[in-house]
Write a protein that binds this ligand. Structure first.
Ligand SMILES: Nc1ncnc2c1ncn2[C@@H]1O[C@H](COP(=O)(O)OP(=O)(O)OP(=O)(O)O)[C@@H](O)[C@H]1O
Ligand SMILES: [Mg+2]
Length: 251
């Protein structure tokens, strides 16, 4: 469904992506983790052509994305941008309707479709008329997901969609998004800083360090990786889980 073949992206003297190859099969849920500045956002943007690689090829459904009309490409790809990114002067419904409106979907479909999308992300339908400033962080993130789903994409690219939330809300949103991914048969790539979240939600985890793929493994295999840099990332949630387990057992 999504394939990057030896993709390099430079910014001036720096290299954001350095020969990245990866694939996400239809229906797969891939988490992308790595330190700040490691190229995660750039990788997502190379898929929907918000960034143009200097070398390498990005394919969606077997087609080189450069050969696809950009509107067609982006209609098939929902994008949840880093940070909440709702337009503050637009209602929730207007925010959700941005892409369908640009695509020329008749306004008569708006109310019904927005209601459906609010249902999907488990927000009350009355939220359609609210302004973003009146939403909690978690509610705003849900609207961001609804907006990305509005054009009925088969692929979702999510850049820290549940960042800056309390752990309970984060866990709840993560699990409800995973259920949505499964029920809509989406292909999802989700950037997260939270290794525990990645291990618990994704089918596969790609670790990006300095613009290179350092590991690309299912959660259980990532946990047993011997790579020191990967170990450093997974040791934190592993030790926390062990300590919590010991605590619960009264040891
Ligand atoms: N438009 C740009 N112009 C110049 N440099 C850029 C541009 N976009 C990204 N970079 C650089 O490319 C590198 C990778 O950036 P990117 O945003 O992909 O990182 P990231 O992994 O998403 O980081 P974070 O976790 O902080 O969001 C960084 O060094 C960044 O400064
Ligand atoms: Mg980023």
């Amino acid at each position: 469904m999504i394939e990057l073949a030896d993709v390099t992206k430079r910014h001036g003297a720096g290299t954001a992506l350095d020969g990245v190859s990866l694939t996400a099969a239809a229906g797969e849920f891939v988490a992308l983790v790595g330190p700040s500045g490691s190229g995660k956002t750039t990788l997502l943007k190379s898929i929907n052509r918000l960034a143009a690689p200097d070398e390498g090829i990005v394919r969606v459904d077997g087609r080189d994305v450069r050969d696809m009309p950009v509107t067609e490409l982006r209609r098939g790809i929902g994008y949840v941008i880093q940070g909440i990114g709702l337009f503050p002067h637009m209602t929730v419904a207007e925010n959700i309707w941005i892409v369908p409106r640009l695509a020329g979907t008749p306004a008569t479909e708006r109310e019904g479709r927005v209601a459906e999308l609010l249902d999907l992300v488990a927000l009350p339908r009355e939220f359609a008329g609210r302004m973003p400033s009146s939403l909690s962080g978690g509610q705003a993130q849900r609207v961001g997901v609804a907006r990305a789903l509005a054009a009925g994409p088969r692929i979702m690219l999510m850049d820290e969609p549940f960042g800056a939330l309390d752990p309970v809300t984060r866990d709840e949103l993560g699990r409800s998004y995973r259920a949505l991914h499964d029920s809509l048969a989406l292909t999802s790539i989700m950037v997260t800083h939270d290794m525990a979240e990645a291990l618990l939600i994704a089918d596969r985890i790609v670790v990006l360090i300095d613009g290179r793929v350092r590991a690309d493994l299912p959660p259980a295999e990532l946990l047993s990786s011997q790579d020191p840099e990967v170990r450093a990332l997974v040791d934190v949630p592993r030790r926390q889980a062990e300590r919590l387990h010991a605590l619960a057992e009264g040891r």
